[in-house]
Structures are given as structure tokens and as C-alpha cells.
Design a protein around this ligand. Sequence first.
Ligand code: ADP
Ligand code: MG
Length: 237
Amino acid sequence: MESQGAEHGAEDVPVIYLHEIKRQYLQGEVPLTILDGAKLALWAGQSVALVAPSGSGKSTLLHIAGLLEAPDSGEVYVSGAPTSQLPDIERTQLRRTDIGFVYQSHRLLPEFSALENVMLPQMIRGLKKSETVKRAKEILGYLGLGDRITHRPAELSGGEQQRVAIARAVANAPRVLFADEPTGNLDPGTAEHVFQALMQLVKATHVSMLIATHNMELAGRMDRRVSLSHGQVVELD
Ligand code: ADP
Ligand code: MG
């Protein structure tokens, strides 16, 4: 397993390691190869930008790395452990505890408050309600939403909605956070706030983060930039 970054010792294991990932979709009868042996190591505390044209497979890569979709072949290692042979229930458990996901649209539950949206993943995981309230308040406060916790998504601005979605994604203290064009729907000023919230979390919690984005300015402020070319992950810079 190759290390990507001199600061990592041989004893370190990436939080996520994608090995030789292949994924095809059928377009009618014609197979369309999207990922063709993609490899990528994500390290704790590292923010990585995935910058590639639309249709190149960014979402596909994030879904596979986030255990939301299975590759046709290849392996996704989480903290060094292969996941392809896990029973569904264990893979789901791993996704709940180790992986957070943020999408371009917030995907919050409209009938629930910000607080409840952040409590839910913790309750699904089996934590006591009082604990989930405490932690949800903490995270929302940390992301500057302390005075918005009773608001429903429709009563929040786009940037606030996205920060609640981020709070929900890190509610269970995941090891890795995947964000699929999280600022794609936002104006530049709001995008900046949401981006800062993500970077703040990387610094504070040592989570590993992979963000698909078209925003080169934001990508330039992250630790590392990668792209997709002919179905493979390539390092930029
Ligand atoms: P990106 O996020 O970089 O825009 P995607 O990963 O969403 O790219 O998609 C990569 C390619 O795979 C696109 O050409 C898309 O049309 C195709 N694709 C994605 N999902 C499916 C699917 N479920 N069925 C068929 N083709 C798909
Ligand atoms: Mg996409």
C-alpha cells in the first residue's frame, strides 16, 4: 500500500483505502466504464479536494468509498479492514459509526428541527435521547447555529441548512467525511462559510475529508488535490 504524503509513518493505516476500484454502468446495452482501477488513500486529519469534470465519476467514487454503493471489483478498506465481504448489517453499522456524508442539497428531514435532524443519526445508533440532545446542541453551537436549533430546514438560509447537514454528518464522530459538491448550490459568501465549517471540523476532530468540488479557489486551500482521469485517481499539483 503506497503512502501519499511523507509525513505518514509505515505503521499508519489510511482511514479509507480504495484498491483497484472498477465500476461500469450499462447505457442501454453498452457498458460505460466509469472507474477503472481507481486507487486512493485518505489519511486522518487530511482534507482532499476531488476536482474533475461533470460526468467523470466523482459521485460514483464518493458513494463507493462511503459504502453506499458496491464496486464491480476492487476493495474498500476502512481503517485497514476490507469491507466487501462484510454482511450488510455490519457494513451499515460501519457506515453509521465511521462515515459521514454531505450532499449538494442538504437532504434534511423537513418536518424536523435542526436539533432533531442532528439527534436522529445518534438515536438510530442507539444512544440515549438525553445524550443525543447534548451532543447535537454542542455541534450546532460549534458550527455557529446555537440560536437556530428549533428551526425547521425551511426556516433556515441555504448556508445554515448546509451547516446543519454537516452537523448531522459528524453527529456520530465519523473517521471520514465525504462531501459531494457541498457548496455547489451556494453563493460565494455562503460557500465560504460552509467551507470554513468543514475545514474547522477537520482541524478540531482530525476527521479525514474528501470533497468533490468545482471550486478551484476552495480546492487550493485544502491539503491535497486529486482528479479523475480515464477512471483512475490522479494527484494534482
Ligand atoms: P460526477 O459526479 O463526476 O458528475 P457521476 O459519478 O455522477 O459523475 O457519473 C459518472 C457517469 O456515470 C456519468 O456519465 C453518469 O451518467 C453515469 N452514471 C452515474 N450513475 C449511473 C447509473 N445509476 N446508471 C447509469 N449511469 C450512471
Ligand atoms: Mg456528482
